[in-house]
Structures are given as structure tokens and as C-alpha cells.
Design a protein around this ligand. Structure first.
Ligand code: TRP
Length: 333
């Protein structure tokens, strides 16, 4: 039997998960847990690198995110869910890896560069933020993960992780660290309901897994379509039309979607009708998740306990790696 793939993924707990996360990563995890050794990390430490002034927000969202995981079917019997801040091996590894990475190298990391621009740090970049790719290398290598499913925007971080792995193994003449492959899931990028950017809570263009059926319908009603499609009888465009982008992903009946597209482009199909169909399709997916989520949310202590149990397992695994790393670095006394 071949060795199981080891998977490490994670999310910054800065809000509850949305539809983009669901199709981009969460459903993928539900599948992967059947065949792989999977770890899912609540990246509360990484969340603090750009939310250090809002620790309450990060803390409050930890349980929210675990509820999301459980509601979509990430099963704690099959997946180890854990809290980053409770894994001391991660900051310790980060410290050792920092020797192996130059300042210029982190500053060239495209993921980081984009985020620095977005967050408007200017010249005042907190060192903690600058170091987060190295911290992420520690997350991944602590588990000897060989597969890391991520959005395309995160690939440069995996590349940097592998540079650390190669430097470490070369310098300390060892093979304890394992290179990881970044895999981008098929639906890794879902447009926001405004059609302007990727779906994100901070851009206020998301459909949350927590949204009620009414909120969902309201958001779909406000979705960006074809601004020139003013009257029902006018021909409409489907390129860049978010309702059709979503139907391509969430429409269960591909023939029906193809028919709607044809009719829309010809003229004679109003936005309201298409949107009502999309609401139906999305609600079929989200209603069961919403229901399970509400059940879990009733007992936050029990939800948190699941991550604490996972943390125990994660500490066993990462302490073993740390011991090997320290031995390779002659830090054994
Ligand atoms: N950087 C990821 C994000 O912003 C979260 C994350 C932290 C992560 N550590 C990780 C993802 C390790 C994959 C592997 O979403």
C-alpha cells in the first residue's frame, strides 16, 4: 500500500465562511478526508498578523469557523481540526527558519506584496506580517504535509516553503523536512455578488454560510448581471454576468442552464426569473448546511472542544517533527 498523502490547510478566523470557501476549499476537504491524513488549522496566529488590534474579533470567529467546518461535513473523526496558537512547535520552527530566508526574499513574495498594498501598510509593515510566509512554512512542514490545497494567490507561499525545506535539508544534512505540492482546486476563485472582485467578507460581497434563506434571496436579487439588459425582451449578455457564472457552478441541471443562457442571449428572459432559479439552486445546497450549523452553534463549548481534542493530536505530530529538526540542528543537550 502506498503511503497516505498528508494534507495541511487552514483558514484565518476573521469571519464566518462563505460560498467561495465552500466551493473553493471546504467541499474539497470533505472529499479528501476519505483518502488522506488531513489536518485543518484555525490560523488564529496568522489572523493576528493583520488583526493584532482586534483580538476579540479573531477569538470570536474561532467557534464560528469550526461550526462552518462541521456543518459542511468536515468530520473530526477523519480530519484533525486544531488551533494554531496552541501548537508551540510552529513558532519555534518559524524562529529556526527565519535564519534561512533573506529580507529581500520575503519582500519579493508576490502574495505578500499584494496584501501589503491592499492593507495600505506603506512603509510601516509590521515585522510579524512580513514573517507570516515563514510561519506558514512552519505550519506546513511541522506536519510533513506533502499536499497543500490553496487558492492560486497562495502558491508563492508554497514555493517559499519549499525553498526553506531545501535549504534546511541541505545545510543541516538531513531529510527531515518534506517538500509540499500546492494544489489549486477547480473552483478556487468565486466572484463576489458585485461582480467586481473575488468573494470576500471584507469587501461585503459575500454569501455567508450563516445567511438566512431571506438574506440569500436578497443578495441574489442584488447580484450584478448585464447592466444593459434593461427590458425582458432585450438580448442579454452572459459573459461577466455573475448570475450565470454562479449557475455554471451551482446549477444542478446543465441542460436547463444551457437553455436559460440561450434564451437570455436571444431576448425574452428577465433577470428576475433567472435569479429566482439561482436562489432555488443555492438554497438546495445551503439549507441543509444552515440547519446543521444552527444546531452546532447552540453548544459553542462542545464545538470548541472538538478543536481542543484535535490540538492534542496535532501537538503529538508536530513535537515529533520538532525533535528531529532540533537534532539536525545540534540543539540536543
Ligand atoms: N494563508 C492562508 C489564508 O490566508 C491560511 C493558512 C495559514 C494556510 N497557514 C496555512 C493555508 C497553511 C494552507 C496551509 O487563507
Amino acid at each position: 500500500m502506498s503511503k497516505k498523502d498528508i494534507i495541511l490547510t487552514g483558514d484565518r478566523p476573521t469571519g464566518s465562511m462563505h460560498l467561495g470557501h465552500l466551493v473553493g476549499s471546504m467541499l474539497n476537504r470533505v472529499k479528501l478526508q476519505e483518502t488522506c491524513e488531513q489536518y485543518v488549522m484555525i490560523a488564529d496566529v496568522q489572523a493576528l498578523t493583520d488583526n493584532f488590534e482586534q483580538p476579540e474579533k479573531v477569538h470570536a470567529n474561532v467557534v464560528e469557523v469550526i461550526c462552518d467546518y462541521l456543518a459542511v461535513g468536515i468530520d473530526p473523526q477523519k480530519t484533525t481540526i486544531f488551533l494554531q496558537s496552541m501548537i508551540p512547535a510552529i513558532p519555534e520552527l518559524t524562529m529556526y527558519y527565519m535564519n534561512l530566508v533573506t529580507l529581500a526574499r520575503v519582500q519579493r513574495n508576490p502574495t505578500l506584496k499584494t496584501e501589503i498594498k491592499q492593507k495600505g501598510f506603506g512603509q510601516n509593515i509590521p515585522v510579524g506580517f512580513l514573517v507570516y510566509p515563514i510561519n506558514q512554512a512552519a505550519d506546513i512542514t511541522a506536519f510533513k504535509a506533502n499536499l497543500v490545497p490553496v487558492g492560486a494567490d497562495q502558491l508563492p507561499i508554497i514555493e517559499q516553503t519549499n525553498e526553506v525545506v531545501r535549504s534546511f535539508n541541505r545545510i543541516y544534512k538531513t531529510n527531515v523536512l518534506v517538500e509540499a505540492k500546492g494544489v489549486v482546486p477547480k473552483c478556487a476563485r468565486l466572484s463576489g455578488i458585485d461582480g467586481k472582485a473575488k468573494m470576500s467578507k471584507s469587501l461585503n460581497n459575500d454569501i455567508s454560510l450563516k445567511d438566512s434563506a431571506d438574506e440569500l434571496a436578497k443578495k441574489v436579487r442584488n447580484m450584478y448581471t448585464d447592466p444593459n439588459h434593461l427590458r425582458v425582451e432585450d438580448p442579454g449578455k452572459i459573459e461577466g454576468n455573475i448570475v450565470f457564472e454562479y449557475l455554471d457552478i451551482f446549477g444542478s441541471d446543465k441542460n436547463k442552464v444551457a437553455e436559460l443562457k440561450e434564451q437570455y442571449q436571444k431576448g425574452g428572459l428577465g433577470d428576475v426569473k433567472v435569479k429566482n432559479y439561482l436562489v432555488e439552486q443555492l438554497d438546495a445546497l445551503l439549507a441543509p448546511i444552515r440547519k446543521k450549523r444552527a444546531e452546532f452553534a447552540k453548544d459553542p463549548a462542545q464545538v470548541l472542544q472538538i478543536a481542543l481534542d484535535g490540538t492534542r493530536v496535532a501537538n503529538e505530530v508536530t513535537q515529533a517533527t520538532l525533535a528531529e529538526v532540533k537534532a539536525a540542528m545540534h540543539l540536543v543537550y
